[in-house]
Design a protein around this ligand. Structure first.
Ligand SMILES: *Cc1c(COP(=O)(O)O)cnc(C)c1O
Length: 437
């Protein structure tokens, strides 16, 4: 059962009416449910029981410190892709030995920080990156614990922009080159190569690509071992999907069954890196209707949330369910609307031709499945204030990221002193004449 459900004719977040939250926080805002985050993590933790496994939450899905801390308290590690995320993981209480650093483009400074922090492992995606890490590690007098990310060349059957495990994607070391790379890594003084990693894509709703990738990983592991190389860790990445629009993603138990059948018999430590699956269903974006604008061919609902708050529809053509916060009568008439934001881009559209009950300015809408890849992709485009984030816990809530004020936005920039003062009306007139002469 969703933690976002109608009760007494009104959408609730756990025990709180969303309209009350909107009145207190102001729209638009992200509303997360602690219960939903906890239960998604617990599903994972239960499914991997008995395996030598660590569940490392992929912070890039939602890096609010309160969200990370909620997962940290339940035992999660972290998968990070930048020094910023590494610092967030530490600040939220995740111990360094549970942190994995992924990503194709780590800088030397990031590597140094990771090594000095003493994280569990860096996942390396190319030979040049491996060689740089070796140098950095020797310079700081440490051995870098490493897994090499292999690109297993399988089709994740997901959106092209979130597929990462095909040969044409930039991620990982090609299958044809990985053995040589592993052997090189094993011989580098600054590197302690521990194993292999993969991550084939995001929002997978089918287990077959996993089975194909994990089978390749198991074969590769056996082959490296036959050559006398130690492989004692396998990092299986993330990517398990959620239902945005009636998809039927696998249970975590079924997903882990594939792991048990493919890579578990090798007896390595296992790492899982779920992101979306832990937090995607745990958030909504609450927005208010500004105007209803009828058109000759289409009717528009203009809301106060936009692509700077939630980029997924513009970036991935993503579908997000939209619920009126006041439950519509079961016999309410339904019309199709384009639900759009105020930004000066035609792509600023949350939904196209979406059936909705009659709406008035001031009505509240909840854009669902906004817990993952939503607030984190927020931007300052059109100088709109970033939406605040709140975390609901039963019948209480906390503002876990406040809406900044305009003062703070203006204070980010500096106008150089050598720029002449803006001319007043008089000197402007003079300037204009001067130019004409
Ligand atoms: C993005 C990413 C994840 C998480 O992906 P989800 O689809 O959110 O589970 C895990 N591992 C790596 C290396 C990633 O880049």
């Amino acid at each position: 059962m969703s933690v976002f459900a109608y009760r007494h004719g009104e959408l609730h977040a756990e025990a709180l009416p969303v309209s009350r939250l909107a009145a207190e926080v102001g729209t638009p805002f992200f509303c997360y449910s602690h219960a939903a985050i906890a239960s998604a993590y617990d599903e994972f933790a239960t499914a991997v029981k008995g395996l030598p496994a660590l569940v490392c939450y992929a912070l890039k899905a939602n890096s609010n410190l309160a969200v990370i801390a909620s997962l940290a308290r339940r035992g999660a590690g972290a998968d990070v892709v930048s020094e910023g995320e590494l610092r967030q993981a530490l600040a939220a209480g995740i111990p360094p030995e549970k942190i994995i650093f992924s990503g194709v483009g780590k800088t030397a400074a990031e590597m140094r920080f990771a090594l000095e922090t003493g994280i569990r492992q860096l996942n390396i995606e190319s030979l040049p990156e491996l060689r740089l890490l070796d140098q950095v590690a020797r310079a700081v007098g440490r051995k870098a614990p490493v897994a090499l990310r292999v690109n297993p060349d399988v089709d994740a059957r997901t959106h092209a922009k979130i597929s990462t495990g095909k040969a044409e994607n930039k991620f990982g070391i090609e299958l044809g080159l990985i053995r040589e790379a592993y052997r090189e890594a094993a011989g580098l003084a600054g590197i302690e190569v521990r194993g292999l990693a993969l991550h084939i894509g995001s929002q997978l709703t089918d287990l077959e690509p996993y089975r194909a990738a994990f089978t390749r990983l198991a074969e590769l592991t056996a082959e490296l071992r036959r050559q006398g190389l130690a492989v004692d860790r396998l990092d299986l990445g993330g990517g398990i999907g959620i239902a945005y629009r009636g998809e039927q993603p696998p249970s975590i138990a079924d997903y882990v069954r594939v792991v048990r059948e493919t890579v578990a018999p090798l007896g390595t430590e296992l790492v899982f890196e779920p992101g979306r699956r832990l937090v995607g269903n745990a958030g909504i974006l609450v927005s208010r209707v500004l105007f209803v604008k009828p058109g000759a061919s289409r009717d528009f609902v203009i809301i106060d949330a936009a692509m700077n708050d939630l980029l997924r529809p513009a970036l991935y053509d993503a579908y997000h369910a939209i619920l009126p916060v006041a439950e519509p009568a079961s016999d309410a008439p339904v019309k199709r609307f384009d639900v759009v934001g105020p930004i000066c881009e035609s792509g600023d559209r949350m939904a196209e031709q979406r059936p909705l009950p009659p709406l008035q300015p001031g009505d509240l809408l909840a854009i669902c499945q906004a817990g993952a890849y939503s607030a984190v992709m927020g931007s300052g485009y059109n100088t709109r204030l970033p939406a605040p984030e709140i975390l609901v816990h039963g019948d209480a809530f906390d503002i876990v990221r406040a809406r900044p004020d305009y003062q703070a936005i203006l204070a980010r920039d500096h106008v150089p002193g050598w720029l002449e003062p803006v001319p007043g009306p008089q000197s402007q007139a003079k300037g204009a004449r001067g130019a004409a002469e």
